[in-house]
Design a protein around this ligand. Sequence first.
Ligand code: SF4
Ligand code: SF4
Length: 152
Amino acid sequence: MKSKSYFVETPKDRPSTWISYRQALCANCLASCCMMPVEVRAEDLVRLKLVTPDEIQRSKKRVFKKLKRERWVSSYREGSELFMLQAKTNGECPFLDSHTRRCSRYEDRPQVCRDFPLRAGPRIGCCPYEPRRLSSAISQRNRYIPSRRASS
Ligand code: SF4
Ligand code: SF4
């Protein structure tokens, strides 16, 4: 008799399907939250050493132009002063190590990454956990994803 296999499907475009976050999940996760658009603040860019405090002080718009040229950010919203990190072509955060599925700048990661999913994200307390063994099939499928916005 054919055995049945079950898994929880948690595509990033449907937060209603996300599961309750527990820290233990992260160890075996594909790091799907690091494949969501990431909006960061000026102080995050300084902590990541992409710009200096002086540059930020002088002009955030000039900072945006510089970082866009260098392909670190893709957009800047003047009203909320949020910069969108430039994702890799496969949708991953530029700081995600594609092989280990770990953040390569964990100590300096943006505040929104520290807050997700308990204090930031489209569904507080829940996240799009994806076990690593399902990664190839699922990552092909997920294209549109909601952002983990920094709170304004
Ligand atoms: S999606 Fe959830 S379980 Fe996976 S790394 Fe992010 S916070 Fe951890
Ligand atoms: S900065 Fe690090 S924790 Fe934040 S989304 Fe990128 S890889 Fe993930």
